[in-house]
Write a protein that binds this ligand. Sequence first.
Ligand code: LLP
Length: 424
Amino acid sequence: MTFPPIDRSLFPDSATIEAGRLQIGGVDVIELAERFGTPLFIYDEQQLVDRCKEAVEAFPGGVAYASKAFLCKAMARIAHQAGMAIDVATGGEMYVALEAGVPAEHLVLHGNNKSTAEIETAVEAGIGTIVVDSFDEMDRIEAFSAPRDAAVDVLIRLNPGIEAHTHEYLRTGVEDSKFGFPIVDGIAERAIERAVSSPAMRYRGVHAHVGSQVFEIDSFDRAIRALAPFVKSSGAEEFSIGGGLGVAYVEGEQASSISEWGAVARRVAADAGITARITAEPGRSIVAAAGITAYTVGTIKQIPEVRTYVSVDGGMSDNPRPVLYGSGYEATLARSVDRERSSLVRIVGKHCESGDVIVRDAAIQDDLAIDDIVVTPVTGAYGHSMGSNYNKVLRPAVVFVRDGSARLVIERETYSDLTVRDVG
Ligand code: LLP
């Protein structure tokens, strides 16, 4: 079977092809691989800026970048400078955003199990908003803030009981979930009442996140309608619809743009009689398609009549999504991107696990050889951020490219990083 070259729409916006070779941001990908080594995360910096600006326009009521998708200081600054707040889900994400120079009032703190220390750090720094997830968390906020006569702005995370059509692990809005206050048995009402009457909290409104990698915008529609009564009766000034907009990873997938998502959300909210500001916190849709990963091919093993395994120098430590969710990706040779792909191979990593797969059934050019640079597009979200040191494999470098030049934003780890905390 012969497959066409990768659909150009899966590459970053600035991708071009020069004599068959892939260029991003005006920089040759193979040269980047030579200069910075592989595996290498390469981001189209202008695309990151453009998606952030698109989000700011799509949600005039305010929008936060969900930093769990990909966070480093350079990314936090891009989102902040474009006018986004930053959604931080842990003390660690909060630390990086603050280190990047993002003022605390532009941060939104999430998490279903915020520690007392995280709450204290956030309130002391002057956090913009805490999205409250449980009554236990309210106890902690009150224990810290009430004696100091301080109050923090809060959104109450409600669970709309909506099943978004996405992977089971990525669904968060179903009733049986660890996230948010369920809207049954008067629990959501009690949570809102407590926030309204607490001296430690300034109730600003309601939050919901239905899940991630959601293609059907209709899922947001249902969540907005389900929560409209709570938003309206509580006098909420803000209603955050969370993140979750899906992106196309492989040929043939179609995703809505952030602009379309914003327009639908605002229209549905208006139809439901909601006057509160509609806000959102996209992660994946900001960064996924702006990033690609470049790997070097190390071994090619042909098992006659079975399959060909192509091993590259990374794997589940830089992209755990295939092994976690069975996620699909496309692959191509960086030196002949415009050539048809007539071999079907399995691209695997270098980890000691059979599940260490990057692309299960990859169509690839048939002259693939050792030392070739293979790229997988749409790896800008939840790859680097969920990466690990499994098998003591070093975390890759990250470069941003724009206007013909590249800047290193995260250095590749070195072996000495592996023992720096090992004090035994
Ligand atoms: N807001 C909240 C409260 C969230 O829990 C999430 C994602 C987002 C916003 C951003 O969602 P996004 O726009 O990125 O879909 N590791 C998984 C995704 C987990 C998402 C967790 N929460 C993956 O690789 O697909």
